[in-house]
Design a binder for this molecule. Structure first.
Ligand SMILES: [Cu+2]
Length: 459
């Protein structure tokens, strides 16, 4: 095994790392170095140091794996291993992943590239990697037992094939999948078109959707869970731990979303309309696209959406299943909307300290403070410029700003709304609403006495 170098910095560090790898001793080793990243922050995309040019993608709360060019072949080294991933500030999870993080790093190559991937298994059990969506020789498909023997703990396998068509793909184990995917083993793969102007956009984001069942107060997912997950994550991050997607006004933006969780996720954008331009099967011809504001992403599917970010602001971008935008703890709270339980809750609280019910006026859970076990996220969280955002899970913010520099992905802070464009409290006169005779009264209003005329019958 070659030594493993911690890989923390941004583009500058990447370039110097690649430079060192090219000329240093590691460049001569049989197996390329396996860079490790110990941060869950989004790494701005570095320009390709060699090989065919391409427009790199931005992996939300992730990074792209550097390669070594060896005689015209791009060589990557993935290490399957246990990792500690910060899900959001205040919560870490014991996951399995690649090269220090879950999901693993994004692999970026160009159509026609010859690619060699070394995979070292540092897990306590066998593994393999399947290159989801790639057209390749059957023996490189990574299905343990079917196309190759499994990779035993401590062993390294090598895969090699030509990236034949441009598009968006994923990688994940095809060995003990329930446990290994359930522990966070997955990654993104982007094959860029040979002509960098083809399918070109200004900003190209990628992320995977995954889910975990981590008991409040614990650190390790229960991988036997089939449906009842309590942490819904974008690249193994839950809001407010998800980084914003920062774009310049009028940029053409692509977001590629892969789903390796156990259920579908209808992803919804605010303030814009998009078209689905790609699937894991390839690009959709322009004439076959239609406008959307929500796209359902099925299990094992990828959808690439594109739009022009022409509306400045902070726009929510999230899964539309409401339970998928909340974190753990929420699902066992009894629903007492409409029940006056003020006395009851106090009595129960004397017996069960920390007992909490959903508010009798509907909830607003962000304002409910209950003692949390250690290593547990509030179910809805996030401070915004106007108060609690009351979101968790699969939620992030698209920040559209004028005048950003190309390649500037730094968080610009909250949007400053032009005067007169924010919803505000109405302080003028409020007349009682005119109601039709016989209409149901509003709560607190006396029920109107309507004289029922005889002879009409019925209700
Ligand atoms: Cu969802």
């Amino acid at each position: 095994m070659t030594s493993r170098r911690h890989f923390i910095g941004g583009a500058a560090a990447f370039t110097s790392f690649m430079g060192a790898a090219m000329v240093g001793k590691a460049g001569q080793a049989a197996v390329p170095e396996a860079p490790v990243r110990d941060s869950s922050a989004t790494m701005p995309p570095p320009p390709p140091p060699n090989g065919r040019p391409y427009n790199p993608v931005v992996t939300l709360n992730g990074w792209s794996l550097p390669w070594r060019m060896n005689d015209g072949v791009k060589e990557f080294h993935l290490v399957a291993e246990p990792v500690v991933r910060e899900i959001a500030p205040g919560m870490k999870a014991n996951l399995w992943g690649y090269n220090g993080q879950s999901p693993g790093p994004t692999i970026e190559v160009v159509e026609g590239d010859r690619v060699r991937l070394f995979v070292t298994n540092k897990l306590p059990e066998i593994t393999s990697i399947h290159w989801h969506g790639q057209i390749l020789p059957a023996g490189m498909d990574g299905v343990s037992g079917l196309t190759q023997p499994p990779i035993a703990p401590g062993k390294t396998f090598v895969y090699e094939f030509t990236a034949r068509h441009a598009g968006t793909f994923m990688y994940h184990p095809h060995a003990d999948e329930m446990a290994q995917i359930g522990m966070g083993m997955m990654g993104f793969w982007v094959t860029h078109p040979k002509n960098p102007r083809q399918h070109a956009v200004d900003r190209d984001f990628v992320f995977l959707l995954n889910a975990y069942d981590i008991e409040p107060g614990s650190y390790t997912p229960n991988v036997n869970t089939m449906l009842d997950f309590n942490l819904w994550t974008i690249n193994s991050r839950a809001f407010p731990g998800t980084d914003p997607m920062v774009v310049r006004k009028d940029d053409r933006v692509r977001i590629r979303i892969g789903n390796l969780s156990m259920t579908n996720h209808p992803f919804h954008i605010h303030g814009h309309r998009f078209e689905v331009t790609g699937t894991d099967g390839g690009w959709i011809p322009p004439a076959a696209r239609w406008p959307e504001v929500t796209v359902d992403i099925g299990v094992g599917q990828m959808r690439a959406i594109e739009f022009v970010a022409d509306a400045p602001g902070d726009w929510a971008f999230h899964c539309h299943k409401s339970h998928h935008t909340m974190n753990a703890m929420g699902h066992q709270v009894p629903n007492l909307i409409g029940v006056d339980h003020r006395g009851v809750a106090k009595k129960i609280n004397d017996l069960v300290p920390g007992y909490m019910v959903m508010g009798d006026r509907g909830g607003s859970m962000g304002g409910m403070k209950m003692p949390l076990p250690e290593n547990t996220l509030p179910m809805m969280d996030g401070k915004g410029p106007f108060g609690e955002i009351e979101m968790g899970g699969m939620f992030t913010v698209l920040k559209v700003r004028e005048g950003l520099a190309r390649g500037d992905y730094r968080d610009p802070g909250w949007y400053r709304h032009p005067k007169g464009t924010v919803a505000t409290e109405w302080n003028g006169p409020l007349d009682a609403p005119a109601r039709a005779a016989g209409a149901t009264a509003a709560p607190g209003e006396p029920v109107a006495t309507v004289k029922r005329g005889g002879g009409h019958g019925g209700h």
